[in-house]
Design a protein around this ligand. Structure first.
Ligand code: ADP
Ligand code: MG
Length: 493
């Protein structure tokens, strides 16, 4: 017994080390969804054994995160790569409790505390930790359940009044406002797409907050798509589809974030399709986000793509200089610190990728000044952000992509840019277009420009072709993946 305890403790602390590395490599949401419910049962130099709440988590960890876990374990293990065993906990499952239904009344929340069975359909506010159910299947996850409930999904800072509007996001902003303020269903569904860190989740959650303010008794549900999938699989396994359906169909507003994760998940897609229909028929509002437009999500069924395009599809684009400057100012303001004009300008100029990084840069500059007790000045800022500025130079460009592709297919760049349309040239060209869309921030027009002034519909067609073909053609999919990795490594060297 004593030995057992200490084994478990050792496993626990080894696992904590692994987790802390993983935390740096995944988004907070991924971490919360996939890693918080994992428990180590034994960890040795040779084997890591983990238990998870359901078979879907197991598959997902295996497929998507095994390398990451083993890499982290190896580095905590003096370079030796152990084997990984993942099992489903006995009596496992226990859906992560949902924090996603919101209503305005705190009393309602209070009244519902402890009313476990019902917590689902009523007031669970982000702040309302009280309504969180601990995971029955596991001892140590109570704390994480509470933490998740405290607002993993709904951030009180994500509101319309904290959203900086600029040329890149004016349309999605206006559409989100319209969805929140108009009582008619002006856009249903509203589909917002765009690259990471550009404000999609912020807008989606702002919609939830505005709905709540305007319609105190509305039933609102916000769910990251990964969690929707996870809960669906669990419901199937436990024969609890009925309550799953209730959860997602008996709402006035359903907001699903990052639906690109439905790619290749046929059954969940089908379920989502029926959820969509049920809500849409009753004129309930649906809002969805993804990293790309509906047509560009690989492996999404035609009928679902067409539903998702019924309402309004709009894109958030990377902010321009002026918008970045506004964001820098707002962020500094929130941190209670004024920045010298040239420092704001420097940050806005150097950090171009996305809003999250702009905010990160401001936080670093201000944090550094606080720690060192010095005034913020441009020299300091340059020093603090040196690595970010270097990183920018390393970002993937279309040239990196073209380089990897031309080498692989043994074609010349000039051919890709020519009018030639033979298979031997057209396929590599389409792959370039596809990867450029994925890996760079370039617009369809800009990509077309690179390929001898082709127009945006040609680029879209190319991207579509690769998306569609790689659905069934495993070899093609692998090649594309491999080329992506090569482009990234060319860019990084
Ligand atoms: P996405 O969901 O598109 O990956 P997020 O919504 O998570 O991006 O945004 C990343 C961060 O940047 C968040 O902290 C968010 O508040 C902030 N942000 C993004 N766009 C804006 C904006 N236009 N104004 C203010 N903050 C923004
Ligand atoms: Mg997001």
């Amino acid at each position: 017994m004593g030995v057992l305890m200490s084994q478990q403790q050792a496993a626990g602390s080894f696992w904590q080390g692994v987790l802390s590395q993983i935390r740096d490599r995944v988004t907070e949401q991924q971490f919360d969804t996939w890693f918080k419910t994992v428990e180590p049962t034994s960890c040795s130099e040779d084997t890591i054994e983990l238990t998870v709440p359901n078979s879907f988590s197991r598959e997902w960890l295996r497929k998507k995160y095994a390398d990451l876990i083993l890499g982290a374990a190896a580095s905590a293990n003096g370079g030796r790569r152990p084997t990984l065993r993942i099992t489903v906990r006995e009596g496992g499952d226990n859906e992560p409790d949902d924090v996603a239904v919101m209503t305005a009344t705190a009393e309602a929340n209070g009244a519902r505390r402890g009313a476990d069975q019902d917590a689902d359909h009523h007031a669970v506010l982000t702040e309302n930790v009280g309504a969180a159910r601990p995971h029955p299947g596991s001892s140590s996850s109570t704390a994480s359940a509470l933490e998740a409930a405290r607002g993993a999904w709904l951030n009180p800072e994500y509101r319309f009044d904290t959203f900086v509007v600029g040329s890149g996001n004016r349309l999605p902003y206006a559409a989100s406002m319209a969805v929140s303020e108009k009582d008619q269903r002006v856009y249903n569904p509203l589909f917002v797409h765009g690259g990471v860190g550009l404000g999609k989740s912020h807008l989606l959650q702002a919609i939830c907050a505005a709905w709540r303010a305007r319609r105190p008794s509305a039933r609102i549900r916000y769910v990251p798509c990964e969690q929707f999938i996870n809960q669906f699989i669990t419901a199937v396994e436990k024969g609890a589809l009925e309550s799953f359906r209730k959860r997602y169909r008996e709402v006035d507003l359903l907001v699903v974030d990052d639906v690109q994760f439905l790619a290749g998940k046929e059954r969940t897609q089908e379920e989502f399709f029926h959820t969509f229909n049920a809500l849409h028929q009753r004129q309930q509002q649906i809002v969805v986000s993804a990293d790309v437009s509906p047509r560009e999500i690989p492996g999404l069924s035609e009928r679902l793509v067409s539903r998702l395009r019924w309402g309004m599809v709009c894109e958030v684009e990377a902010p321009g200089y002026e918008t970045r400057l506004d964001i820098v100012r707002q962020c500094a303001d929130r941190l209670g610190q004024e920045l010298p004009e040239e420092v704001s300008a420097f940050i806005s100029e150097s950090v171009r990728t996305n809003v999250r990084e702009v905010e990160g840069a401001v936080t670093r500059v201000i944090g550094h000044a606080h720690l060192s007790g010095q005034e913020i000045n441009i020299a300091e800022a340059r020093e603090v952000l040196r690595d970010l500025v270097v990183e920018r130079r390393r970002r993937v460009t279309i040239d990196h992509i073209a380089q990897a592709v031309t080498r692989h297919f043994e074609v010349k760049l000039a051919e890709l840019q020519s009018k030639k349309r033979t298979q031997a040239v057209a396929v590599p060209r389409q792959i370039c277009m596809f990867l450029a869309r994925r890996l760079t921030g370039l617009s369809l027009e800009e990509i077309g420009g690179f390929f001898g002034g082709r127009d945006h519909s040609t680029v879209l067609y190319g991207v579509d072709r690769i998306t569609a073909r790689s659905r069934d053609d495993v070899a093609l999919r692998d090649t594309v993946e491999q080329l992506a990795t090569q482009a990234l490594s060319v860019a990084g060297s």
